[in-house]
Design a binder for this molecule. Structure first.
Ligand SMILES: [Zn+2]
Length: 243
């Protein structure tokens, strides 16, 4: 893909590559992943954020954080956003941390974050089969996470990662289990179970190729951006024009 076909950062709905050719007709299949109120915030994480985002290991262990910043209302964290001020953790800067061929200083977010209170239900986008499920324990990682291979019309499939879930979301989940559209697959986790993030949210990401395990690079380097916008399509093609 030549750079001429790469849309500028934070392009509007419909401007990104659509490798699965998802149409408005397909849209009818999809259940919201989180039921949002009619009004919600659109986050801007391109600049350094004032509040502490990640818990310490000790806070995770004790499940207490005396100076935890207040939980925000429902909000959306954007796709293709360069989060230079947010991803300071080693996880995002480790040059040897190679996920499905992606590495480097990873600051460009290639999923969409759906923020809501701890315990908010998370629903399956459409019918599918659990491809991978587990716990990514590193600070700043996904915590409890599930990847579902969703069936689409015309023999297409898409892999969807649901990250930062509560521990009980994955308790009775196994690879190969079927899920149906709109099934409650879990809930938004708290900081001690979601990878240490103070702002509870589900990271939702699409992939056109099967990930090796219950992981996808939630952020990629600028060098890998053009490739990532195809490998990990804009989730608004299934979530609708959230912003
Ligand atoms: Zn995210």
């Amino acid at each position: 893909m030549s750079d001429a076909h790469v849309p500028p950062p934070l392009s509007p709905f419909g401007a990104y590559p659509n490798p699965l050719d998802l149409t408005e007709e397909d849209q009818k299949l999809f259940h919201p992943v989180v039921l949002f109120p009619s009004s919600y915030e659109i986050l801007d994480l391109t600049k350094p954020v004032a509040n502490r985002q990640l818990a310490t290991e000790d806070e995770r262990k004790t499940r207490t954080s005396p100076d935890r910043p207040p939980a925000p209302p429902f909000a959306v964290g954007r796709y293709d956003e360069d989060r230079v001020g947010l991803y300071s953790s080693e996880l995002f800067n480790d040059l040897e941390n190679n996920i499905d061929g992606y590495q480097g200083r990873r600051t460009i977010h290639v999923g969409i974050d759906l923020e809501g209170p701890v315990g908010t239900p998370v629903y399956s986008l459409t019918n599918g089969t659990i491809h991978a499920v587990g716990y990514n324990a590193a600070l700043g990682d996904y915590g409890h996470v599930m990847v579902i291979c969703h069936d689409l019309p015309k023999n297409r499939q898409v892999y969807a990662l649901y990250g930062h879930l509560s521990a009980d979301s994955i308790e009775r989940r196994e690879v190969g289990q079927h899920v149906v559209a709109g099934e409650r697959i879990g809930s938004i986790g708290d900081f001690f179970e979601n990878g240490g993030w103070f702002f509870p949210h589900v990271h939702f990401q699409l992939a056109i190729k099967a990930p090796d395990t219950h992981d996808m690079p939630g952020a990629v380097s600028l060098n890998d951006r053009a490739m990532a916008l195809v490998d990990y399509p804009d989730p608004r093609y299934v979530l609708g024009p959230l912003y």
